[in-house]
Design a protein around this ligand. Structure first.
Ligand SMILES: NC(=O)c1ccc[n+]([C@@H]2O[C@H](COP(=O)([O-])OP(=O)(O)OC[C@H]3O[C@@H](n4cnc5c(N)ncnc54)[C@H](O)[C@@H]3O)[C@@H](O)[C@H]2O)c1
Length: 446
């Protein structure tokens, strides 16, 4: 089928490439000329496992093209996807300016009926706003062309986006139109062979499904972090508790890892947007408000621990930081817990030496040159001259480090682990002090 995707970010680029990979004819449109030029030259601007090979192969096969030309994009696709950003506005609501701009662009250029498929995460009622924006432009043009607006939220996980798109758990289609449903069933047929994953519902329910999914996952994280805080104060071990509750299939092991709070481009903004939506209809979302509050506190925990360890004064101290990306296997640092930690450490007067396996360019772009930050090429280089280590992202490469070398390099032999990567007893054996989340701490050997 002929498909156009507006927005070549983490969602649009992956979706476009995966659709081309099963034989669809895909044009991706973006207003970022530098990004489009890089993609045209076969360079993939984001880190996402398995993405570059399928982008390059399908480009070479002529099934995947990149352009800044909106008119060309609109002319191409019978299905036109919106995969542009919906960042939080100042009041926490989702900023729909990019979504509505693309809607108007489509209406400006369309000369034949189109099915507009919204993949961006948008509040309930946005499909109606998109339809209204398209209708207004068509009216101005005196062009009574038929169109449909469908909601088809995306559930991919960054770091596993290609795999998730190729093998989705479910494909939610929000539409009241049998014709649009048939089009989307045809589009997704290659991904729907093993068993029927397509769930068709009304547009509003589809829009709410996406927020409900992310809010539920954020709730699990805030819940386990709350219990971790309790465990610390009660002398219990959250890792034992986690295994104890995860074994109950009604709870499960997924998304109950204690840590430094959720981050990334989705959970923080989506929880905020859902709170805003709820308040807008006169409803107080008590659970979501608590989820957000717990997360805000949890993002401060590691910095507070470090400052407390040094008696409230970290001026002149150098903290090594392992992990900057908001989670492993991505270079995305949007709302990353590392940013909260670095800002808090800098505000308290500490220096930082940081390493991340793939987010170094992103860190350079975000932080620029600063006297209180050294970006290091390897995990061990970050430890050189540092007083202590803070672990923020659970990259595999950090799982089995050389503890003896760590003990030699870290002046105060202290590790503050925001991801519970190690057994406290193992670090104690190597003479390292260890503080993690929701478990008893260990002092460094004298
Ligand atoms: N990142 C995720 O893990 C994820 C998962 C599910 C859903 N979502 C949702 O998908 C949407 C996109 O997220 P993302 O992470 O891919 O965003 P992103 O910021 O990585 O990419 C958005 C892209 O849209 C482009 N763009 C903006 N205005 C445009 C316009 N008028 N025409 C063409 N292109 C335009 C930008 O230049 C950018 O390249 C958001 O609503 C997000 O909430 C994201």
């Amino acid at each position: 089928m002929k498909v156009t995707v507006f927005g070549t970010g983490y969602v649009g680029l992956v979706q476009g490439a995966v659709l081309a990979d099963v034989g669809h004819d895909v044009v991706c449109v973006d207003i970022d000329a530098a990004k489009v030029a890089a993609l045209q030259a076969g360079r993939v601007p984001i880190h996402e496992p398995g993405l570059a090979p399928i982008v390059q192969a399908n480009q070479a096969a002529g099934r995947l093209r990149f352009t800044t030309g909106a008119a060309e994009g609109v002319a191409h696709g019978e299905l036109i996807f919106l995969a542009v950003g919906t960042p939080p506005d100042e009041d926490g609501s989702a900023d729909l300016q990019h979504v509505l701009a693309v809607a108007r662009t489509i209406a400006t250029h369309m000369a034949a009926p189109k099915t507009i498929v919204n993949k961006s995460t948008v509040p309930v009622g946005t499909a109606d706003q998109v339809a209204e924006a398209v209708r207004a432009v068509l009216q101005q043009r005196g062009a009574p062309i038929a169109f449909e607006v469908v909601s088809n939220p995306e559930f991919l996980k960054e770091g596993a986006a290609v795999a998730d798109c190729k093998r989705p758990d479910r494909i939610v289609i929000g539409t009241g139109s049998a014709a649009a449903e048939a089009q989307l069933r045809e589009l997704y047929a290659p991904f729907n062979r093993n068993h029927d994953k397509i769930v068709v519902m009304d547009v509003k329910s589809a829009e709410l499904t996406k927020y409900a999914a992310n809010a539920m996952l954020a709730t699990k994280i805030s819940f386990i972090n709350e219990i971790a805080n309790l465990a610390e104060r009660l002398g219990a071990d959250i890792e034992a508790v986690r295994r104890g509750i995860g074994s109950d299939p009604r709870i499960g092991y997924h998304f109950i890892y204690p840590g430094v709070g959720y981050g990334g481009s989705c959970f923080p903004k989506d929880v905020k947007a859902l709170i805003h939506t709820a308040k807008g209809v006169g409803f107080t979302p008590d659970v979501l408000l608590a989820v957000e509050q717990r997360n805000g506190a949890q993002r401060r925990v590691l910095a507070e621990r470090i400052v407390a360890h040094y008696g409230g004064d970290v001026r002149g101290k150098t903290v090594a930081v392992w992990g900057l990306a908001f989670k492993p296997e991505t270079d995305d640092m949007r709302e990353a817990p590392s940013r909260a930690l670095l800002q808090a450490l800098w505000a308290a007067g500490a220096q930082v030496r940081a390493h991340d396996p793939v987010a170094m360019d992103e860190a350079r772009r975000l932080f620029g040159e600063r006297d209180d930050l050294v970006l290091c090429d390897t995990p061990l280089e970050a430890l050189q001259g540092a007083d202590c280590l803070a672990i923020v992202t659970e990259w595999k490469i950090f799982r089995v480090p050389d503890f003896d070398q760590m003990a030699r390099l870290l002046k105060d032999r202290m590790v503050f682990d925001g991801r519970n990567l190690y057994e406290p007893a193992v670090l104690a054996r190597h003479g390292l002090g260890y503080e993690s989340i929701g478990r008893p701490g260990v002092a460094p050997a004298p």
